[in-house]
Write a new protein. Structure first.
Lengths: 114, 117
């Protein structure tokens, strides 16, 4: 089975711009979660989508948003980029929301904001 | 609130020696605990999990973890370290604060493991 894929792998944007990141979960997985990884704050949960519905949201400003499509693929969007948004953005998929399943992570998208 | 602590930023061990990476947790109910490993420029790879049952959990690549409820710990162990085990290790707990048990993971700060020949 193919793993979680994320595109693009690397991205450079300018402050004030917006960006969209994409995540394709493992086939059959219906839950997709997003995390931000930075040296200062570590790994922080952004949000989770299951069956096209946001199930949970982390403590991030409204500039961070996401959605999930009927094929379980997910996108996250960051508007009005700030320098502090530079990070590795990871998505993770799981067969279900909750239960005893572990999550499987993609390789991440490295976003640099200049 | 649920939390995880990894008290060591870095652990150094010689190849062939046993290794331990420490993790302690704080949860309001029964913990769902996980260990992940991250290699440079890669995402996180799942190693093992504790949900319920035996306190000793076996996982991938020869790793195991011991759940200790009285000490609220979930230390990662391996009997004989390899140089290729050098990586960043994260302990995580699943936030089940909300009814329904969603998939939000709360991570520790990570421990960098360095295995030298």
């Amino acid at each position: 089975k193919a793993g979680v894929t994320q595109t693009p792998r690397y991205l450079i944007k300018t402050r004030g711009q917006q960006v969209t990141l994409s995540c394709s979960p493992i086939s059959g997985h219906r839950s997709v979660s997003w995390y931000q990884q930075t040296p200062g704050q570590g790994l922080q949960f952004l949000f989770e989508y299951f069956s096209e519905t946001q199930r949970n949201k982390g403590n991030f400003p409204g500039r961070f948003s996401g959605r999930q499509f009927s094929n379980s693929r997910s996108e996250m969007n960051v508007s009005t980029l700030e320098l502090g948004d530079s990070a590795l953005y990871l998505c993770a998929s799981s067969p279900s929301s909750g239960g005893t399943y572990e999550q499987y992570f993609g390789p991440g998208t490295r976003l640099t904001v200049t | 609130a649920q939390s995880v602590a990894q008290p060591e930023d870095q652990v150094k061990v010689a190849e062939g020696n046993p290794l331990t990476v420490k993790c302690t947790y704080s949860v309001s109910g029964n913990p769902y605990l996980f260990w992940y490993v991250q290699y440079p420029n890669r995402g996180l790879q799942f190693l093992l999990k504790y949900i319920t049952g035996d306190n000793l959990v076996k996982g991938s690549y020869g790793f195991e973890a011991e759940f200790n409820k009285s000490q609220t710990s979930f230390h990662l162990k391996k009997p004989s370290a390899l140089v290729s085990d050098s990586a960043l290790y994260f302990c995580a707990v699943r936030d089940i604060g909300r009814a329904g048990g969603y998939n939000k993971l709360i991570f520790g700060a990570g421990t960098r493991l360095a295995v030298h020949p």
